[in-house]
Write a protein that binds this ligand. Sequence first.
Ligand code: CA
Length: 224
Amino acid sequence: MRILLVEDDPDIARQLKGALADAGYAVDHAPDGEEALFLGETEPHDAVILDLGLPKLDGVSVLEKWRKAGMAAPVLILTARGSWNEKVAGFDAGADDYLTKPFHTEELLARLRALLRRAAGHAQPALACGDLRLDPRAARATVNGEPIRLTSLEYRLLHYLMMHQDKVISRTELVEHLYDQDFDRDSNTIEVFVGRLRKKIGPDRIETVRGLGYRLAPLEGEAA
Ligand code: CA
C-alpha cells in the first residue's frame, strides 16, 4: 500500500516517514501544498495524511482541488489543537478522518489501517484468504497459523493482493501501489516478487491471468 504524507515540519515528516515505512507502507512525502496537489493528482495513493497548515497552498484548498479532480483516496487530516472550525472545513472539503496535533504515532497508524480497510470494503482488522492470514497491526502473515518471513516488498505485495483478493490486479497497478516515486520502477520485477511470494505461501494461491495480471484467491476446498 502506498501513502502520501503531506507535512511541512521536517521533524514530524521524518518521524512519520520512518514509522510508515516500518509499518510496511511505501511513502511519498510532499513538504508544501503545491507539491501535495501535484503528487495527489498524478500518483495513485491508497491513503493520504494531510497536514492543514502548509506553505504555498493550505491543506483545505489542496483537498478541495483533489476532490474536484476526482481523487478518491481516503484522507486523514492533521489539525491544530482547539481549532474545531479547521476540522469542519476539512471534512467539508472531503476529509475522512482527523487527528489533532500533537498525537501519538500509534494512533495515526491505527486510524490509517481503519481508513485503508474501509476503503477496500473490509470490516475485519486482519485479512484472511483461506488459511493465509495477514495482520496489518503486526505487519505479519501466517499460513495455517505458521508465520512466514517476508521482505518489506513481499509484504507490501501480499497486503495489496489480499486487500483486493478475487480481483485481477495488473502489473502496472501493482508497480504503482508498491513503490514510492523515488524508486526505480520496473514492472518485470513484479514477476520476480510474485515468484518469491509463491514459494512462501504456496504455488497456487496467486493465479496468473494471462495478459491481465494476478489474482489472489483461496485454494479449492478452503473457506474464503
Ligand atoms: Ca504545518
